[in-house]
Ligand binder design. Structure first.
Ligand code: ZN
Length: 226
């Protein structure tokens, strides 16, 4: 620590210090590595605890987890085993995620996600011909990865696995309806032109569809057999 900084800290009262280092739970949560898809839920939304009562049966420490994410840690400071504290912390993160799924459907939450989309916080479509089109987080369950978040590209209308650091993130924190409601609300982000397709070439020239050299993938046969 530099002498200048040490002198400045010595002149601060305890209340000044707490003002400087205090950050809200949403600010802290969103700053964690791997949580870049989340937006900061406004404290006014979190205060409406009754709206989240339906989630209570899913948690062992619902009230305590709620206290943590609303920065009202009165009972949280009570003595508990390390194991129990870890569980409360884990439950508070899951609770934030589930509340986040409903918050991003509000006007305020959607506006925040719009800003993140414009900033490219959700990443880009891995398909080369989509030319770095920004993507949206989406819940899309399948047998291979039932809970994990996916990314949806409005340009090619396809769903992909996200980069590795998001591969453990639960899709329920974003919901299956968010992406299409987002595009309905902000039509300026809808696909504006036909999806560019791969054009086969040979020695720099396009191959005509009628040429013997043209390869056209066969469409899979659809049968009703089970
Ligand atoms: Zn795409």
């Amino acid at each position: 620590m530099t002498d200048k900084l040490e002198k400045q800290l010595n002149t601060l009262s305890i209340s000044n210090i707490s003002e400087i280092f205090t950050e809200t739970y949403p600010e802290w949560f969103c700053s964690l590595k791997g949580n870049e898809f989340f937006c900061k839920i406004e404290p006014s939304y979190l205060k409406n605890e009754e709206a989240f009562e339906f989630l209570k049966p899913e948690f062992k420490h619902f009230d305590l987890a709620m206290e943590i994410i609303t920065n009202q840690e009165n009972k949280v400071l009570e003595k508990r085993s390390e194991e129990e504290n870890d569980l409360i912390e884990k439950e508070s993160m899951i609770l934030y995620g589930l509340i986040h799924a409903s918050y991003i459907l509000t006007n305020e939450g959607m506006e925040k996600m719009k800003q993140k989309y414009v900033n490219g916080d959700f990443g880009e479509c891995p398909r080369l011909l989509c030319k770095n089109s920004p993507v949206l987080p989406i819940e899309c369950q399948n047998e291979m990865s039932p809970k994990c978040v996916k990314i949806y590209c409005p340009t090619c209308n396809r769903v992909f696995n996200p980069p590795y650091k998001f591969s453990k993130l639960n899709g329920a924190y974003f919901g299956s309806q968010f992406a299409h409601l987002f595009l309905k609300k902000y039509p300026e982000f809808e696909k504006k032109q036909e999806m560019e397709k791969y054009q086969p070439t040979m020695f720099g020239f396009d191959i005509h569809e009628l040429s013997d050299l043209y390869y056209k993938p066969k469409k899979p046969k659809i049968t009703n057999e089970k």
